[in-house]
Ligand binder design. Structure first.
Ligand code: SAM
Length: 260
């Protein structure tokens, strides 16, 4: 399939999952699932979360994952088979803004780093609320790329690059800060926000996670930075990496709320 600037591959998602492990663990807790429960992960990618959720709900439970990318769904199915949980985990190709499930079908519904790719995230949240049963929990997790901060002597270039990633490469790059209001406006009760700082000291990992190659091309295409400025910024980070002093920071926001 054709991938837009928002596309990330399974290798990227595996690296991001290791960094966001604590956020994932908390998001499972906030779903308040017990054995035998049914749970949906929207924008499930290669099954990063559907497999751990299958362990939580156990053999009598049911886990569904939905993603618009057929390659992600195929990889998620492959991983579920390899983990021996494919009888209770189902992955489907579909769109977050038109979920192919009945009202109240799930005890819990989550999405992680999905809404930052959507131009109309509230439509997906409304769908997530619709398919959650009354009393069930909805958990939204997203990065807020407005809080991205990376050490460099090239401070002004770093700020411009932060703008490029948040505003030009992503449809909704400030999603994290918007989750709280969105959950309340969607009618959820007991809405609770949490924030987790994520830091990276490995230059190569940061390059991957901040999608510097894509962002650099976009910066030049949009006329926000010259190719030389992109190179200078990257060089400054590479030098810090070689000196063992590279440091980048962003924030993961997690919001949970109960369907009334
Ligand atoms: C950054 S990945 C996150 C994957 C996974 N939630 C995780 O935490 O590893 C975003 C995922 O959302 C999917 N996606 C983007 N827009 C979507 C949409 N409108 N409906 C369903 N899935 C979508 C992408 O294909 C991708 O797999």
């Amino acid at each position: 399939m054709t991938h837009g600037t928002g596309y990330v591959d399974p290798a990227y998602l595996d690296a991001a999952a290791r960094l966001a492990a604590e956020g994932k663990r908390r998001s499972y807790e906030r779903l308040r699932l017990s054995a035998g429960a049914s749970v949906l992960d929207v924008g499930c990618g290669p099954g990063t979360d559907t497999l751990p959720l299958a362990e939580i709900v156990g053999p009598s439970g049911h886990v569904a994952g939905i993603d618009r990318d057929p390659e992600m769904v195929a990889e998620a199915d492959r991983r579920a088979r390899a983990a021996g949980v494919d009888r209770r985990v189902e992955h489907r190709v579909g769109d977050a803004t038109a979920l192919p499930f009945a009202d109240g079908a799930f005890d819990g519904v989550r999405s992680e780093r999905l809404l930052l790719h959507l131009a109309e995230p509230e439509r997906a949240v409304a769908e997530m609320v619709r398919v959650t049963r009354p009393g069930g929990w909805v958990v939204l997790v997203d990065t807020d790329w407005g809080t991205r901060s990376v050490d460099t002597p090239e401070t002004e270039l770093e700020r411009r690059m932060a703008h490029v990633l948040a505003e030009l490469c992503l449809a909704n790059g400030y999603s994290g800060r918007r989750l709280y209001g969105m959950a309340k406006r969607a009618g959820l009760a007991d809405v609770t926000p949490e924030a987790l700082p994520l830091y990276v000291t490995d230059y190569a990992l940061w390059r991957l996670l901040s999608r510097l190659d894509v962002a650099g091309e976009e910066a030049v295409r949009a006329g926000v930075m010259t190719a030389d400025e992109v190179r200078r910024l990257d060089e400054s980070w590479r030098a810090l990496g070689e000196a063992g002093t590279f440091f980048a920071l962003t924030t993961l926001v997690l919001v949970s709320g109960r369907r009334e």
